[in-house]
Design a protein around this ligand. Structure first.
Ligand code: AKB
Length: 318
């Protein structure tokens, strides 16, 4: 049985991945850590406060729990990264370097999310290939490309079993994302249910790839369980489930909430980032090399998101 450590477990992905992995591998085999106390994660299994930039405490935790697999979910996202690029680099690359070094020392596998943000304006816009020009214009993207290269380097040089996917925007209803360019595609649901209206920061014609959280969780597990002999790539698999613009998701939500209204107040930083990213990715390599196949498309995702958020509202939990 795997012994898993999650760093950054309190965030959007970690808060759900911890629960998912505990169901698969057993509560005691999944150690959740975050820089802040997360009460809920400590209720179903081991939890420790851990600053992943502190290499000594990181190694101590890996050794203490006899960890063999690390999920590195520590990140400052794209939009917030532009406010303090040096901090974004220090956090994103610092947590990755410590993950890779501790993995080398204790023979662990490492999963680190990459992102559609690893691409830039010079990458092909539509069906962006797996292997293509990657010249991102955000510090987040620079960290993601660096992260993919460093992860490949640690695999080639030290044999560390590094794997990663390029996540699109992740849509979920448990923990809000923070500071991302794709956040609007989550915020729109809360605004629709709570207020019946939403002011969108992304222009109506900008397409970005998205994925619903259950598919994102599956991708993490399936890639980490994949037969290494089949992996031609390792770090930075393109994956996607759907591609839409604000106008398209608005119309889909309106099918359920006919009175829902949306207007636009464009955030220039987010607009520039979104326009520099692909409209849609080609995820053929992930499909061929480890069987990636999403289950959720736009209509089912919208139905489920609205159901979950409405239920939380009725229970007084919003
Ligand atoms: C962001 O918008 O920064 C993230 C991402 C696509 O990596 N959600």
């Amino acid at each position: 049985m795997k012994k898993i450590l999650i760093i950054g477990a309190g965030g959007q992905i970690g808060s759900e991945l911890t629960v998912y992995l505990r169901k698969l591998y057993g509560n005691t085999n999944v150690v959740a850590t975050d820089v802040r106390e997360c009460k809920a994660l400590g209720e179903t299994g081991p939890f420790a406060v851990l600053n992943a930039l502190d290499a000594h405490s990181f190694a101590y935790t890996v050794n203490k729990y006899k960890i063999d697999t690390i999920f590195n979910l520590v990140a400052l996202l794209s939009a917030v990264g532009e406010k303090d690029p040096q901090l974004a680099w220090n956090i994103n690359i610092g947590a990755l370097m410590n993950s890779l070094d501790v993995a080398r020392q204790y023979q662990c596998a490492v999963f680190t999310p990459s992102s559609i943000g690893a691409f830039g304006p010079s990458s092909p816009k539509d069906h962006t290939p797996q292997d293509t020009l990657m010249q991102p214009t955000t510090i987040y993207g620079v960290c993601k490309v660096t992260g993919e290269l460093l992860s490949n380097y640690y695999y080639l040089k030290y044999g560390v079993d590094t794997r990663s996917v390029r996540f699109p925007g992740i849509i979920s209803n448990v923990t809000l994302p923070g500071g991302g360019t794709t956040d609007y595609a989550v915020e729109i649901f809360y605004a629709a249910v709570k207020h019946g209206r939403f002011t969108c920061p992304i222009p109506q014609d900008v397409f970005m790839d998205m994925i619903y959280m259950p598919d994102a969780l599956n991708a993490c597990v399936e890639l980490m369980e994949a037969d290494p002999a089949r992996l031609v790539h390792r770090n930075g698999f393109n994956i996607t489930a759907m591609s839409f613009s604000p106008e398209i998701i608005y119309k889909e939500i309106k099918k359920h909430l006919p009175d829902f209204k949306m207007d636009y107040k464009i955030d220039p930083v987010k607009e520039a980032i979104a326009r520099s990213w692909p409209n849609s990715l080609d995820d053929t390599c992930a499909r061929d090399e480890w069987g990636w196949k999403p289950s959720w498309q736009l209509p089912e995702m919208v139905t489920d998101m609205l159901k979950c958020i409405r239920r939380r509202k009725e229970e007084g939990k919003l």
